[in-house]
Design a protein. Structure first.
Length: 467
């Protein structure tokens, strides 16, 4: 009897200790300072002013372009214009003409803001936009090949402006901005290819170059607004996952389990899915202990405010040693989860450095394309390329194209006929034959190229010539 009484007292004592620990660990700050981020963020745009209404149907889960099986395979395999069957291409372009017009209408609207999904765990698939952009480029090539050069150039201009609207007008989250960069780079590649390989006249080169007058120079894009909206997304995510009643939190865990049921049914012991599910259940049961909303939002706000302050700098001057620079022991992000939970897989490793460098690389591509078009126009007038880029100002360019990696004028070697950047290592290596910029896909994810991006201005790289 004494043993039973002792066990009962011990159990009650253990429960009391756990209650005290959880209660103590559940204390949160009364509020947090958002560092002006909510004021900087762009509020939802009224539907009548938002170009998204023209393209919303393209991002619906079950939407598909009008493609035959042959055309679908050609797009997936990235076949060049010369590799397409002419009749197949004409039919495909005609069948999707309305979607091209939807992009034009969206770009012409005062704003283009893609709203956040209701389910914060699910984002739209943007594959349709990439396929549509590849069709747009094929449409431009087809127009130029059939003597409608003006139409072909206008198509490329529309594609640049849609991506720019998605970048600079959206005020959306980071994924929208990065998708817009990738779309725009497809068009920039085609513009450089045309400038070098096509027999374009002076007026046509100038027309193609004129679209960049509507592209804000670095760093005057809306990247700070994108970061502010990303902060609001983090806030909403935190409230959705850790806020609300216990029933609400557990229901969210169940919904996510249902979405991943197939993965659990084919469970591989090497995969951490069951552990992650257990983490989610525990976080739902002890949300206040594991996640201090205001304290954590303060850390997130401090980090995003630090990143916003970086948006006016060139890549070489960026400082990533702020609150979000890592989650080493003792750092602010090391305490991101107050009780040491989730540190291996949670948001503690949040870093913006990659996004900033992609932004610099995109602007470099814009400046190199603008300079290539101006150099080609100069050569057609004067018979050869100039000795320096200064010869292009002001008749061909309003100002010298800048290298967004260090803020200095873009480098130019007239004897080798190429432009180049110091790249992400910030060293002037004089350009390199091993770092020739073929496509953004090849260069931005390849260390040799991104350390010394080099743009040919009088010939195509061998890999990009149509076969």
């Amino acid at each position: 009897m004494k043993v039973l009484r002792f066990s009962l007292y011990g159990l009650l004592a253990l429960i009391l200790v756990l209650a005290v620990v959880i209660a103590w660990g559940s204390r949160d700050a009364d509020s947090y300072d958002d560092r002006g981020l909510e004021a900087l963020a762009r509020p939802p745009i009224p539907a009548q002013d938002n170009g998204y209404r023209h393209i919303a149907y393209l991002l619906e889960e079950d939407f598909e372009l009008s493609l035959s099986e042959t055309a679908s395979c050609a797009l997936q395999n990235r076949k060049t214009y010369a590799q397409w069957d002419p009749k197949e291409l004409s039919a495909t372009l005609a069948a999707n003409a309305a979607h091209f017009e939807a992009l034009r209408s969206a770009a012409a609207a005062p704003h283009l803001q893609i709203p956040l999904p209701e389910d914060l765990w699910e984002f739209s698939s943007y594959q349709v936009l990439f396929d549509l952009y590849r069709l747009l480029i094929l449409s431009s090539q087809h127009a130029i090949a059939t003597g409608e050069t003006g139409t072909g150039i206008a198509t490329l201009q529309d594609a640049v402006l849609f991506a720019e609207a998605m970048k600079s007008h959206t005020g959306g989250v980071m994924i929208d901005y990065m998708i817009a960069l990738a779309l725009q780079e497809l068009v920039l590649e085609e513009m450089r290819r045309l400038a070098v390989a096509a027999d374009l006249g002076i007026s046509e080169l100038r027309a193609m170059r004129s679209v960049f007058e509507e592209v804000p120079p670095y760093p005057e894009d809306a990247f700070d607004v994108v970061l502010a909206n990303e902060f609001l997304y983090s806030k909403r995510f935190s409230e959705d996952v850790f806020g609300g009643s216990l029933r609400h939190r557990l229901a969210g865990v169940w919904d996510r389990f249902e979405e991943r049921r197939e993965l659990f049914e084919s469970y591989d012991p090497q995969e951490p899915l069951p552990n992650l599910l257990l983490d989610e259940v525990l976080s739902a049961l002890f949300a206040g202990y594991l996640w201090h909303h205001n304290a954590n939002m303060q850390l997130i706000a401090d980090d995003f405010a630090h990143q916003v302050a970086q948006t006016s700098r060139y890549c070489a001057d960026l400082d990533f040693q702020g609150p979000g620079s890592g989650h080493e022991e003792g750092s602010a992000w090391g305490a991101y989860m107050p009780n040491g939970f989730f540190q291996e897989w949670g948001m503690a490793g949040l870093s913006m450095e990659t996004f900033f460098k992609r932004r610099c690389a995109n602007n470099l591509h814009i400046e190199a394309t603008r300079a290539t078009l101006a150099l080609q126009e100069y050569a057609r007038r004067e018979g050869d390329f100039p000795d320096t880029l200064k010869a292009l100002v002001p008749d061909y360019l309003v100002d010298l194209p800048l290298d967004s990696f260090d803020g200095q004028p873009l480098r130019y070697d007239a004897s080798l006929a190429y432009l180049y950047s110091v790249g992400e290592n910030y060293v002037d290596d004089g350009g390199a034959g091993t770092a020739i910029f073929v496509t953004s896909r090849d260069c931005f994810f390849e260390e040799t190229c991104l350390s010394n991006p080099t743009f040919l201005i009088d010939r195509l790289p061998p890999e990009s010539v149509d076969e």
